[in-house]
Design a protein around this ligand. Structure first.
Ligand SMILES: NC(=O)c1ccc[n+]([C@@H]2O[C@H](COP(=O)([O-])OP(=O)(O)OC[C@H]3O[C@@H](n4cnc5c(N)ncnc54)[C@H](OP(=O)(O)O)[C@@H]3O)[C@@H](O)[C@H]2O)c1
Length: 293
């Protein structure tokens, strides 16, 4: 971890500014596998979350849309992220997928639209990015980005010379710190967003984390979220439990020390072995053309 990463930033809860000037909340609510989407998103919005992370593949965009509609919160106060799934890569399919998502969400635009996973195939990747740029240009997405991209995937898209992804949403938590990829993001002005920021709850029993939590009178989840925020990472913890939903947002009024940050960082498992989710493929050689469809 760099010395800059150890300083307590983001204590105010101010949003992060994306590379096109759009403001994104640093703490959002993730809805993958949430038990009752409409109830959980409704609870999150009442608690004060203004950023919701969803995707077509989660199968619950309609629940997100219903909760947003019922909340009465003005659209401009909300930040909604959606994602195009792997089956819908390619220009036309991606555009149609975005329309379906907007329809289910009951919105005329999302704030951030992401390519959910990279494809190994160059032509498909570039066609999908072309669709993303169309959505950005016509206002159906206020910002566009990617998810689960490695350096090689980012270089492929950036090499087009067009829009640089605003965000890369990646698996990131104390067992998988992704220092190399975060350095690439910093070089390119891409915001790092952590999925499974709590390691799906599994790392909350780590003695290093529970000891810091006891000392600060905070929960282990709050300590882990604070560790992310102090490195400038955007987080989207998920919970179906009202008390935890509230707790996960109450992370702006305390700070970890540099020693705490370093201690948590010792939990990183070498060679990416702390990964919980799938490993993104490297791209295939650039002359490999995907089957159409
Ligand atoms: N782009 C991608 O490929 C990708 C992949 C995975 C996830 N995501 C996004 O990232 C979001 C978050 O990741 P995730 O859902 O995998 O995992 P996570 O947020 O790291 O962890 C969720 C788990 O932690 C528990 N938990 C939450 N708050 C807690 C607290 N304060 N104390 C104790 N336990 C707590 C939850 O249990 P309860 O629900 O029982 O409270 C749940 O089991 C997803 O919902 C999704 O939006 C994106």
């Amino acid at each position: 971890m760099s010395p800059a990463a150890m300083s307590p930033v983001a204590t105010s809860g101010d949003p992060v500014l994306l590379n096109n000037g759009v403001a994104m909340p640093r703490v959002g609510f993730g809805v993958s596998e949430v038990r009752d989407t409409e109830a959980a998103v409704g609870e999150a919005l009442r608690t004060g979350y203004r950023s919701i992370d969803t995707a077509e593949v989660y199968g619950n965009e309609d629940g997100v849309g219903a909760a947003i509609a019922a909340s009465g919160i003005p659209r401009e106060e909300l930040f909604v992220t959606a994602k195009v799934w792997n089956d819908d890569q390619g220009r036309d399919r991606a555009l149609r997928a975005a329309e379906r998502s907007l329809d289910r969400l009951g919105l005329d635009h999302v704030d951030l639209y992401l390519v959910h996973w990279p494809t190994r195939y160059r032509d498909r990747c570039l066609q999908t990015w072309d669709a993303m740029e169309t959505l950005l240009a016509d206002g159906r997405a206020r910002a566009i980005g990617v998810s689960n991209f490695r350096r090689s995937h980012l270089e492929r898209v950036i090499g087009l010379g067009g829009t640089v992804p605003a965000v890369n949403q990646i698996e990131l938590h104390p067992w998988l710190e992704q220092d190399d990829l975060r350095a690439v993001h910093a070089e390119r002005g891409i915001v790092t967003e952590a999925w499974s920021p709590l390691g799906r709850g599994m790392l909350l029993h780590e003695p290093v984390i529970t000891a810091i939590a006891r000392r600060l009178g905070r929960s282990p989840a709050q300590v882990v979220l604070r560790w992310h925020l102090q490195q400038g990472t955007v987080v989207i913890p998920r919970s179906s439990t009202p008390e935890r939903i509230a707790q996960n947002r109450a992370v702006h009024d305390f700070a970890l020390t540099a020693e705490d940050m370093l201690a948590i960082s010792t939990l990183d498992v070498a060679d990416g072995a702390g990964r919980i989710g799938p490993v993104p493929d490297d791209p295939a050689p650039d002359d490999l053309v995907a089957a159409r469809g």
